[in-house]
Ligand binder design. Sequence first.
Ligand code: HEM
Length: 497
Amino acid sequence: KIAYDTLSFYWLTPRRIRKRMAKQGVYGPDPRPFTGNILDVVELVKESMANDMSSTSHDIVDRLLPYYSAWTKQYGKRFIYWNGMEPRLCLTEMELVKEILGKSSNVCGRSWMQRQGTKHFIGNGLLMANGEAWHHQRHLVSPAFRGERLKSYAGLMVECTNKMIQSLETQLEEGQSVFEIADCMKRLTADIISRTAFDTSSDKGIQIFDMLTQLQHLCAQASRHLCIPGSRFFPSKYNRKIKALKMEVERMLMEIIGSRKEGVEIGRSSGYGSDLLGMLLKEMQRKRDDGFSLDLQLVMDECKTFFFAGHDTTSLLLSWTIMLLATNPSWQHKTRAEVAQVCNGRPPSVEHLPKLTLLNMVINESLRLYPPATVLPRIVFKDIKVGDLEIPKGLSVWIPVLAIHHSEELWGKDANEFNPERFESKAFSGGRFLPFSSGPRTCIGQGFALMEAKIILAMLLSKFSFTISDTYRHAPVVVLTIQPKYGIQVCLTPLPS
Ligand code: HEM
């Protein structure tokens, strides 16, 4: 059975899929045995990233997704390439993209390669779960991210941002004028998610993040070898490091979980609390009769998932937006005036946020030009038809959000320009704006992230004016998300209060 499964996974299924797609006129580069087109991708990326960009241009698709650019020119809008032995169908036609993203968790989800590649990093938490397990987990945690619960985080977000602003002011008084804003945003979003979701100290949160970031990089490196049968069992250098780091992260999480449980057991607190961790712990104690159970490992996987998903993406959104405002002074000026008019010198509250329409347009434009998640992958669990295309079971659909967001066909001739005006009317969307994905697996933290981004930007705009430093080198790179290779250095000038 093992021999047949291996043969089927590495040989029979890919061959069957390739034939079925070719019959429908979908072709792509020839795959090599086991590695598929991974080496082509590596080579193309190495070439496109060899130099930094000569100006702060937002024309970044050829740089970040050079294989998409090359293969779409050669094979058309739909093409198929191979990530090892996993066939990937690239889709950018909006009708089909919408249909695929709308499918339920029983029809499509995360592939074996994706799950295996992130197993030691975020495990079976919500981001990587499939089918019924995904459904239960989503249902369980979603109350933490909507309605009154969501609104209740605003005060803490303001408090954490105030703390960061005070530290920036102190450094300014000491004579520093250039700040590495991407680092500041990482610390701040780490602080916010640690305190809102886990009610834990930011120091502990930041330690967990640092370790998770290292784990993320190691898992990405190790997953390159997954195309070799049995490689995940080899005691390689990566695998040993991954194991040690994973144990350390879980030890720290156990400290947080343990202290929360102890509080209840010794009667210091009456319940587990209403934050995300409290909800997970309450659920762990509950006996269910539908077969779904939340054990300690899954609680830890969920914590890692939310620590990771709730911080990296939002800090990138903030960093790129500050870079865009620093290089577009007229928009900086307009949004600052709007904040002054709406908030009237007070910290932003949930009532103010919907009135910050210009700021919202700038945030959307930043998410369009620099979507933290560049691609959306979905594997199909059963044969399906979308539009005129028959997609066989086992094929991974790969949606390049970055390319969709920069498409002249979809956004017009100025697709690579910073122009927040395009988000002025509600008619902008039409499904082509996908920073948070769409359908049942849409980002659960979207409301949280947007509230956080608006609060932080509004507070920064009302305290400082910012220009880009001469030391800034524009070099976006993809390490799962779009990152500034050398950080983002801005000069801050305090504004009169
Ligand atoms: C600007 C900030 C953010 C962006 C751009 C973003 C983007 C995304 C995207 C594109 C997905 C879908 C991935 C896919 O379909 O393959 C996603 C899923 C997810 N996001 Fe976010 N996210 C952000 C912030 C957050 C925050 C603040 C949290 C939590 C506090 C969060 C938690 C999650 C989780 C748990 C999922 C998995 C949902 C599921 O599969 O059901 N995200 N995010």
